[in-house]
Design a protein around this ligand. Sequence first.
Ligand code: HAM
Length: 420
Amino acid sequence: MQAVRGMNDILPDAVHWWQKVETTARQVLELYGYREIRTPIVEKLELFARSIGESTDIVEKEMYAFPDRKGQWLALRPEATASVVRAFIEHNLQADPSVRKFYTIGPMFRHERPQKGRYRQFHQIDAEVFGIDDPLLDAEVMAMLCDFLQRIGLKDIGLHVNSLGCSKCRPLFRDDLKAFLQDRASQLCPDCDRRRHVNPLRVFDCKVDRCREALTEAPELGRYLCEACRRHFDKVLHYLSHLHVPYAVDPRMVRGLDYYMRTTFEVITDRLGAQNAVGGGGRYDGLMRDLGGPDLPGIGFAIGMERVILLLQQEESLDFKKPDVFIAILGEKPVTEAFRLAQDLRGQGVAVELAHGGGSLKSQMRRADKLGASYVVIVGEEELAKGRVTVRHMAAKEQTEIALENVVTFLAAHGTSKNT
Ligand code: HAM
């Protein structure tokens, strides 16, 4: 039996990367006042169709959607924003003004063609804020995203920003874009030829060369922004510059989900081939209202954890946690004493690997070496009878006999140094 295509096991040798990314994310998010929320992996299909948009690739082509045993259509979540908004409305979280910033970490599902950096089950760190339409927040959200990427050790990541306008100014752009696409209809791929009628902005997502060429002279959204959207965007850029967050305005960036308005952004790398977006997000004022909730603005982003980890692995190697102490046992009698010693050491925060199954001292030492233990405690029958054990420092290749009663104090002081 094999795992489902595009869905990966995360094996013990890789899991420390995941832990590092998760721990850093939690630290940074909590520093900025975000609280964790966990929502189900399965939701009603309608939630995603209504929020992400019926005519997006995600909803049209990539969702794992299925009827349950009662015939109700459900879907594995392709992203987290819709679920967090749904939970906020359902639990009337608006009633508590102290909780406005949320984050969630977990698996998402999209039936895309798997390749490096693109999977069918992937993981996101997702952050969402409700109820604040201040452009300062847009800048703060992006600054936090960059802060996280920097702390985790990623360099050479570019922040691309754009404004998608609002329901007032975007329709004008849409109309002009439609007219522009009509003139070039024969150049477009069949998908884009269909998109130009139902959701023309989506043509900017197309990767087909001839569509990209057709779009080189397409109208730019930035020129259509209404006064309020222009002012909002200018302020966002001003704050970013003021905070010394480097960015590039990317007038062609439309994002793959329909709920966005005004500020949108992506963090981009050129080191992952075609899958160049490490994370992305934007403002979605109006979504909460459209889903039947209060009319609160929203903004957020999601980071693709697999992509962050692929990049980190290109830059550094990370050791998994090694035992501080390996306890070698010679003979049958010392087994219980060795077990007790292991528990006492663990009680003091020392990571211990106990030799199971005995074997010669040589083979046990080989195993300790392979595990990367800092110290080996050799518990032998004869020494134990004298109340002593041998402690060997593996790197220095030095060993001494120590009274059994002093071993815990000694190793608690010396043995955990590299793990703290
Ligand atoms: P998204 O751009 O669809 O946005 O996804 C965010 C990130 O998830 C991408 O930049 C990428 O790193 C990662 N990602 C997406 N699809 C895959 C895949 N098939 N395999 C691996 N990684 C993938 C959203 O999902 C929005 N909900 C973000 C957001 C939150 N906007 C506002 N709040």
